[in-house]
Design a binder for this molecule. Structure first.
Ligand SMILES: [Zn+2]
Length: 295
């Protein structure tokens, strides 16, 4: 009994000390590749490109810069969602040991897989502008090969706006975005308060005036640190529910087949539309209809 009491007394200060420690906040990083510093062409964007291995290093450098920016203001549990191409571009042995990485496709939450309502913020690295943004580097929405734009509640959206709405369903605000000027300003216009780093000035779909990777990473580290410092002033982006979805397809036969899905009807030769309860439902549906077998 006495022994137990002594043990209890010994334990008390330890327990109190543990409680006094602030819990690390959880931050979610979604990383794409078209908006990474220096990336302008397929030469950097896939395993067949002559510069893909280098671009993976630049991408990993930007994720590590974001992690450093997040942790400049305190401890954080971080999940990185590798969201470009095959979902395996990040060099996972080059990120800090205590970070977890989402890899591979398909997955129900696509570019936001792993997010839930326990996260304090989301950070978007290497993002690009939407399909209908002229002269943006690799401007497209979800599938450059198959889709001709995505509209939510009547407004054309980029992947950044779309993923902000998906995060908003969980009450998670988007704190930061990096990419070319059009990617950053498009998100900031739709979702006010998002901090940004512009790492290249776009000339067109396959051309830009770019910073060096080191300079891009410095801007990202500083910008993410600024965003973390004013997180309490950044609101989640919530779209009206149920959500009106309209999806365009490059091939009319894809729109024709997508309209076979219950809940979707043809709105014109290239497009289908429907109304769905929330963003997670739409995210699963979009992945299916954006990946129909080529006719
Ligand atoms: Zn993308």
């Amino acid at each position: 009994m006495l022994k137990q009491l002594a043990a209890l007394l010994l334990c008390v200060p330890v327990t109190l000390a543990a409680q006094a420690q602030p819990r690390p906040r959880k931050v979610f990083i979604s990383v794409d590749m078209e908006g990474i510093t220096g990336v302008v062409q397929p030469a950097q964007l896939g395993p067949d490109g002559f510069e893909y291995q280098r671009a993976r290093e630049w991408m990993t450098g930007e994720v590590n810069a974001a992690i450093a920016g997040i942790r400049a203001s305190g401890p954080a549990d971080i999940v990185v969602c590798d969201s470009h191409g095959n979902g395996q571009s990040l060099l996972i042995d080059k990120v800090p040991d205590d970070v977890q990485i989402v890899r591979g496709f398909p997955r129900p939450m696509e570019m936001m897989q792993g997010l839930d309502d326990t996260f304090a913020a989301a950070v978007f690295i290497g993002y690009h502008a939407s399909e209908w943004t002229a002269n943006a580097v690799r401007g497209h929405t979800i599938s450059s090969a198959r889709l001709l734009g995505v509209r939510l509640n009547g407004a054309e959206v980029s992947e950044g706006i779309y993923n902000a709405a998906l995060a908003g369903q969980f009450g998670v605000p988007v704190a930061f975005v990096s990419g070319d000027r059009l990617a950053v300003t498009q998100l900031q216009k739709a979702v006010p308060g998002v901090e940004g780093a512009i790492v290249k000035e776009p000339y067109g779909y396959h051309s830009a005036l770019t910073l060096t990777p080191a300079r891009g990473q410095a801007l990202i580290r500083e910008g993410v640190a600024r965003a973390m410092g004013r997180l309490s002033s950044i609101q989640p982006y919530r779209v009206r529910t149920p959500v009106d979805l309209e999806v365009g397809f490059k091939l009319t036969i894809d729109a024709e087949r997508a309209a076979f899905v219950p809940g979707l009807t043809r709105s014109d030769a290239h497009s289908v539309k429907g109304t769905f309860q929330d963003m997670t439902t739409i995210t699963k549906l979009l992945q299916v209809i954006a990946n129909l077998e080529a006719p």
